[in-house]
Every structure is written in structure tokens, then in C-alpha cells.
Write a protein that binds this ligand. Structure first.
Ligand SMILES: [Zn+2]
Length: 216
């Protein structure tokens, strides 16, 4: 619950939800970021409830609706390191385990789409899946390679010019691939959600998944 429960605070909060304000603007009303996030989650879930779906497309706000898209938005909160009975048991068995306690706050929103925005989004989601795969793969592989190369450039005493140039070359290539992977992942995020709805992915919330059921 908000700290201030006066009518004034409630109407201010409603206005912020209506405007799609970032989470930072909700923080003054709550004791913690977590409380602000759970308020935002339930408010947006109610605002974009399946029964509340409007008659016009949520992406172009021009054409009539033929299908829906359901998004899942999540936020993850970490509680620091926990040491519970299971960890004590693991320690006794010779395994040192650290459990990170986390809480996921998530909500669904449903949005109406017209035929052409729906088709475009479907194609873009397919491209996003491919980009996601390429991006993750290159971030992991090039990340390991780039950190090795950078460490080599800084710590190895490279005396021969040819050796040095080889390391610089490898460092430049692996760093470029790493950046390309990061750009892929960033693009993917933008492709999955139309600009009009991107405010829902404002931190701490992020895109989790989506599905496109037929409009009843
Ligand atoms: Zn549309």
C-alpha cells in the first residue's frame, strides 16, 4: 500500500499510471522500490485487462482490431545471499552452496491489434528470436575471447612486434563481435514491443514473453 493514502495521492498515482510514467516517479509514494513495483504491476494489469481492450489498434491507434497480443512483464528483486537449512545440509555433505533469494514481480497486459500491425509484429518477433540466438551466442563466445585478449594485451610482456600486432588484432575483432552481439540483443528488445507500448518495459520491468491469441 502507498504510504500516503489520501485521495490526493491516489489521484496522483492514477494520473501517473494513465501517463505511463517511469517507475522512478512512483517511488516517492512508497516505502520501497519493491512496493512501488507491485503497485505498478497491479495497476497496469488492471488498465490493460483483457475485458478493457479498446476498439482501436494499440500500435497504430487507427485501424479496427482483429487480434490481441498478451505481454508478460517481469521484475526481479534480489534479497542478498541467504543461508538456509538446505545450505547447512549441503555444507555438511561437503558442498558449499550459496542461495540467492529472489522475488519475481510480474504482470500480464492485453492489447488489441489491427490485422497489419499484428502481422508486422509476428514477423518481427520471428526476427527477434533469430537475433536473440545470434546475440546470446556471440556475447558468450566473444565475451570470453575479448576478456582473454584484453588481459593478454595488458599483462603479457609482448616484446615482438608481430606478436603484439596479432594480439591487438584478436582483441579488436573479439571486441567488435561482442559489441555486435550486444546490439543484436538490444535490437531484439525493441522489435518485440511496438513503440506505443514500450513504456511498460521501463525498469525494473522487462519483457518476459508474449503470445497472440485470436480476438474473440
Ligand atoms: Zn495497427
Amino acid at each position: 500500500m502507498p504510504i500516503a493514502t489520501s485521495n490526493d495521492a491516489t489521484s496522483q498515482l492514477n494520473a501517473l499510471v494513465e501517463r505511463g510514467a517511469p517507475t522512478a516517479e512512483f517511488l516517492p509514494f512508497f516505502a520501497s522500490k519493491r512496493e512501488a513495483a507491485s503497485y505498478l504491476a497491479s495497476a497496469n494489469a488492471a488498465r490493460f485487462h483483457p475485458d478493457a481492450a479498446a476498439d482501436l489498434c494499440a500500435a497504430c491507434s487507427q485501424r479496427p482490431v482483429t487480434r490481441l497480443i498478451v505481454y508478460r512483464w517481469n521484475a526481479v528483486f534480489f534479497d542478498g545471499f541467504g543461508f538456509g537449512p538446505l545450505d547447512a545440509l549441503k555444507l555438511a555433505l561437503g558442498h558449499v552452496g550459496v542461495t540467492i533469494k529472489k522475488e519475481i514481480i510480474g504482470f500480464n497486459t492485453t492489447h488489441p491489434l489491427c490485422e497489419s500491425c499484428g502481422k508486422r509484429l509476428r514477423n518481427r518477433r520471428w526476427i527477434a528470436d533469430v537475433l536473440n540466438f545470434i546475440g546470446l551466442f556471440s556475447v558468450i563466445v566473444a565475451g570470453v575471447a575479448a576478456s582473454t585478449c584484453w588481459a593478454g594485451v595488458f599483462y603479457f610482456d609482448l616484446k615482438k612486434a608481430s606478436e603484439r600486432n596479432e594480439w591487438y588484432m584478436m582483441t579488436a575483432v573479439s571486441t567488435a563481435v561482442l559489441l555486435a552481439g550486444v546490439i543484436c540483443l538490444w535490437l531484439m528488445k525493441r522489435l518485440r514491443v511496438p513503440p506505443a507500448l514500450r513504456f511498460l518495459a521501463s525498469r525494473p520491468f522487462f519483457y518476459q514473453s508474449s503470445k497472440m491469441p485470436k480476438h474473440p
